[in-house]
Design a protein around this ligand. Structure first.
Ligand code: FRU
Length: 485
């Protein structure tokens, strides 16, 4: 039911449509100064259904403007997919010498449940779309989530899709975005379960590698049985020649998780960023299919993560993906406060942070402590905890008492293993009313979790158990809400 509380707990600088249901980000593409964010959207209600492509644009990755539905439901629902700028008009859908935006999305036939790939294009900067129709059908009910991009080395379009229930990724190639040839199949391997979805693949330079060394990352969303319950994401590191992904020989077979919280899913990366911007930027859906339709929010249900910049590091354990909030998020910072050499013990101390929209950067020396814990409490006794357990080398978000109960899968503690480098750890924390994004040790680990509230402002404190710890440096900001400018 509509309530003031739900409004109060509504995130500000994380994108969500003003009302109704949304899931996966779709068709992330940059064109003529605008970052497009399409997304799975139900124009008619706040639960999953009538899937259409909602649309928002931004010029800075933190201020978003919601636009009318881009691709509506027809005889098929418009499931997830991707968008490219067809610079050379290979598709022939360009107009007046300007390249078209071309979308490939899954048309889900509600009656037959057959899923096939559809093409739509836009000649007006994504504002209106013409559906060209079905371009690829293999008669499967599990064939979805095309991610398309231009592969420069082979000068061809590449499309990744899944056969979801079989935990397989198919690679397709094309010269014109309309006729597709299957090139290879990957999986099942790594973490398996009910559905591989929303594949993505991109190349990154190796930080700490040889000069010029690069690898490809294949990212896959796993609908259930992920590391911290329900939906989550894994990635594979290897090579890609435009036709086939091959695992790096260093892979041990252990699944690599992208995020250790319960609310990071279906993330994909931007296409066609300006040449001057070498980043790979991803946005994920901050939700989990276990309880997505039940989260207590109003008037919308569904939320996007902050855009994240990805990097690939050579570590003693192998190649590892790191994630950082995009630097553009620094523009949200207001009211800076800082502290140094803050000794922590059993007695909880207030943190110099106010309210529900905050960013904290903490260099922590866990000292002799067993556990250091930040508590974010509301006026009704609900709390969300962010902690470090030094002896076991763990960072966690504990939401066992994070708001009124609505699903048994929600209250839990989400743990990520961390390298404590001589008992030290760096925590970078974003809170936006009812979401936490925790980046640990420069993004070597992330934990993304929704939390909910009773009522009243949030208050912040910190304490240590079983010994002493020290906050060596702390920087904190209140973050502005771009919707309230
Ligand atoms: C992932 C997903 C996709 C599908 C879409 C439907 O969250 O299940 O596989 O295309 O959502 O909304």
């Amino acid at each position: 039911a509509p309530s003031a509380r739900a409004e109060e707990a509504r995130p500000g600088y994380h994108f969500a449509p003003a009302r109704n249901w949304n899931n996966d980000p779709n068709g992330l593409v940059y064109y003529e100064g605008e970052y497009h964010l399409f997304y799975q959207y139900n124009p008619y209600g706040d639960r999953w259904g009538h899937m259409s492509w909602g649309h928002a644009v931004s010029r800075d990755l933190v201020t978003w403007q919601e636009l009318p539905v881009a691709i509506p439901e027809t005889d098929v629902q418009a499931f997830s997919g991707g968008v490219v700028v067809d610079w050379n008009n290979t598709s022939g859908f360009g107009k007046d010498g300007r390249p078209p935006l071309v979308a490939l999305f899954t048309g889900h036939n509600t009656k037959t449940r057959i899923q096939s790939q559809y093409l739509a294009y836009s000649n007006d900067k994504g504002r209106t779309w013409t559906t060209h129709g079905k371009v690829l059908d293999i008669g499967s009910t599990e064939f979805r989530d095309p991610k398309i991009f231009w592969h420069e080395a082979t000068k061809r379009w590449v499309m990744l899709t899944v056969i979801a229930a079989e935990n397989r990724v198919l690679v397709w190639t094309s010269g014109d975005l309309k006729s597709w040839t299957m090139a290879s199949s990957f999986g099942p391997t790594g973490a398996r379960g009910k559905n591989w979805e929303c594949p993505d693949i991109f190349e990154l330079p190796i930080e700490g590698g040889k000069p010029g060394e690069k690898r490809w990352v294949l990212a896959i969303s796993l609908g259930d049985s992920s590391v911290n319950g329900g939906s989550g994401m894994q990635y594979f590191v290897g090579d890609f020649d435009g036709q086939r992904f091959t695992l790096d020989p260093s892979w041990t077979g252990d699944p690599q998780w992208l995020d250790w919280g319960a609310d990071y899913y279906a993330a994909v990366t931007y296409n066609d960023l300006p040449k001057s911007d070498p980043r790979k930027i991803a946005i994920g859906w901050a939700n989990n299919w276990r309880y997505a339709n039940l989260i207590p929010t109003y008037p919308n249900r569904g939320l996007m993560s902050l855009p994240r910049s990805l990097s690939l590091h050579k570590t003693s354990e192998g190649y590892r993906l790191y994630q950082a909030p995009v630097a553009e998020a620094e523009a949200l910072r207001r009211d800076h406060s800082s502290a140094e050499g803050l000794k922590l013990g059993e007695a909880s101390q207030p943190l110099p942070v106010k309210g529900g929209r905050a960013e904290l950067v903490i260099d922590l020396d866990t000292g002799s402590s067993q556990q250091v814990e930040i508590a974010i409490k509301d006026a009704q006794g609900y709390q969300t905890l962010v902690g470090v357990t030094a002896p076991t080398g763990e960072v966690y978000v504990d939401r066992t008492r994070s708001g009124p109960s609505f699903h048994e899968g929600f209250p839990d503690r989400h743990i990520a293993p961390v390298d404590l480098k001589g008992r030290k750890v760096k925590l970078h924390l974003f809170v936006d009313e009812s979401i936490i994004e925790l980046y640990v040790n420069d993004g070597a680990r992330t934990i993304t979790d929704r939390f909910f509230r009773g009522g009243g402002e949030l208050s912040w404190s910190v304490s240590a158990r079983g010994g002493e710890a020290t906050i060596e440096t702390l920087n904190a900001w209140t973050l502005s809400d771009p919707r309230k400018k």
